[in-house]
Design a protein around this ligand. Structure first.
Ligand code: ATP
Ligand code: MG
Length: 507
């Protein structure tokens, strides 16, 4: 029993060598680290250093289990041991770490040379080791990793106290490791999402090569770095929101929020509370204080969609935001400040709304520092082939289906249609055609759009357009009025009535 008595003597001698205060301090320090370091590699370095220092170890390393099904172990950080030899089979550390993993309990050997568990280990390194200590990092029953520490003959050994400390230490360490891993995966995910968003809403994704679109791009290029308010006017589906997002995600505010608020047909109370927030009890249903979306967008861009529909009472409050960046939550007396870039959109003519008296002129000027008019698709039919190709590519990329082609006949039809729903309508038509075409290319059969030639020239009135459309169809139907009415989806009576109005003589 000579072995045991030696062990006990050494343990007693070393026991006095370490102050509880030091250990407490180490625990305090690790809890600080837990709160402050979210980078896993830096965290592991700190954990290692604090452990080595506190128990006065000479060498050490830390093994982590990969956070996946395989759960492979690897040495993540080491002190005075080459990481590659830390876990080598010939080394004593391997059997210790294996034991800790198997038992999920700490191991303490205060005299390795006489410990029967290591009898037979002949390596030179082993000959110098005196005390060994190793504990697992366990969180909610899951083994995250193992820390291994040892100490050479000439230094003091470890004690039961050291082991107790190291266990407490590893409990905190496990939380910190899990925390850092979580942060790391959130960071990765966030980065991926951001990149995805920035890619999706980049100027590159606004397709167009026509003169009208080149003018739009030129203007966007000029204002991208500025904070001035931008008003986007254009028919439905011309890409107003697309441009608003690109302005944000390609501009200097890209790392701050982009918030869009649709202002059409919302009740006044709802819109006001959405924009500015409210104080608890401000109205029925306001059960707690709520931040307004303008506050959420602070530092970023606020997109006022369908701005022409903002009720007049809210217009004055928006004016104050544009003038001074100030507003109040509904029912609150406190004035708050925000810094947002305002981009607004409308498919009505705001000047007309001002004339009608439904839109404040002063607000109009504030919103309209720069106005970009999004051209309707029928005024830039040259962009149709580009857009069609873009939507075909986009679909193929999204679904990893074969890239479909479109026949020249079909393309011609698309180029001739007048697209009242603009790019959105074109995109839908292509999506639909892709599905209908199954594994074939897209031919006229798959295009479900009113199959008539678009009126030539621009700036026609609806009446002129109507007349032209009816006459073209009549011609296509070789004068057959029943067929013409069918093709146009109108009644025969209506057709007769119109022909009479235009004084088209019956043949
Ligand atoms: N130039 C373009 N290049 C590529 N896609 C476009 C283009 N213009 C519009 N789109 C696409 O068309 C659809 C409609 O665009 P968006 O929502 O920006 O239109 P909008 O002007 O805001 O319409 P609405 O007035 O109806 O809200 C979107 O899917 C958008 O990506
Ligand atoms: Mg829109």
């Amino acid at each position: 029993m000579q072995d045991n008595s030696t062990t006990t003597r050494i343990a007693q001698a070393a026991g006095g060598g370490m102050l509880p205060q030091e250990q407490l301090h180490a625990l305090y320090e690790i809890s600080q680290v837990l709160n402050s370091i979210t980078d896993i590699d830096r965290l592991l370095e700190r954990v290692m250093d604090i452990a080595i220092q506190t128990v006065d170890a000479e060498r050490g390393f830390l093994v982590l289990r990969e956070d996946n099904e395989e759960g492979k172990l690897s040495v993540r950080t080491a002190r005075n041991i080459a990481p590659e030899s830390a876990l080598s089979i010939s080394d004593i550390s391997h059997s210790i770490v294996q034991q800790v993993i198997d038992d999920q309990r700490g191991v303490l050997t205060i005299d390795a040379q006489t410990d029967p568990r290591f009898a037979g280990s002949e390596s030179v390194i082993f000959k110098q080791i005196r005390a060994v200590m190793s504990v697992p990092f366990i969180l909610r029953g899951k083994l995250l990793g193992v820390i291994y520490l040892d100490s050479k003959t000439r230094r003091g050994g470890f004690t039961d106290d050291s082991l107790g400390f190291l266990k407490a230490f590893s409990n905190l360490g496990a939380i910190a490791i899990e925390n850092a891993r979580l942060m790391e995966s959130l960071r990765d995910e966030n980065y991926m999402l951001r990149t995805e968003v920035q890619r999706t809403y980049h100027f590159r994704e606004i397709i167009g090569n026509s003169q009208r679109m080149l003018q739009v791009f030129e203007m966007l290029g000029k204002i991208i770095n500025s904070d001035i308010a931008v008003l986007l006017e254009g028919e439905s589906g011309t890409g107003k929101e697309l441009v608003a997002r690109a302005l944000h995600y390609s501009g200097p505010r890209r790392d701050r929020p982009f918030i869009a608020q649709f202002c059409g047909n919302l009740s006044e109370t709802l819109l006001e509370s959405e924009l500015f927030g409210h104080k608890r009890g401000a109205f029925t249903g306001a059960i707690s204080d709520k931040k307004g979306l303008l506050e959420v967008a602070n530092g970023g861009t606020f997109f006022l969609d369908e701005v022409a529909d903002v009720p007049i009472s809210i217009q004055s409050k928006l004016l104050r935001v544009l003038q001074d960046g100030e507003f109040r939550r509904v029912g609150d007396t406190e004035t708050r400040k925000v810094d947002v870039k305002i981009v607004s959109a409308t498919n009505k003519s705001l000047t007309r709304e001002v004339e009608k008296g439904t839109f404040r002129e002063d607000l109009y000027y504030r919103l309209n520092v720069i106005m970009i008019h999004m051209p309707p698709l029928r005024d830039r039919t040259g962009d149709i082939p580009l857009l069609v190709q873009y939507f075909l590519n986009k679909h193929a990329a999204k679904t990893s289906e074969r890239l479909k082609k479109i026949t020249p006949d079909a393309m011609k039809i698309l180029e001739q249609y007048h697209w009242p729903g603009n790019v959105r309508e074109l995109e839908n038509a292509i999506e639909r055609a892709i599905v209908l075409a199954e594994d074939r290319d897209i031919s006229p059969n798959e295009l479900i759009i009113p199959r008539v030639a678009k009126p030539m020239g621009t700036a026609k009135t609806l009446k002129e357009y109507e007349r032209e459309l009816v006459l073209k169809t009549l011609e296509e139907m070789k004068g057959n009025k029943t067929h013409t009415a069918d093709a146009l989806g109108v009644s025969l009576r209506w057709l007769h009535y119109k022909l009479a109005e235009w004084k088209i003589v019956e043949k």
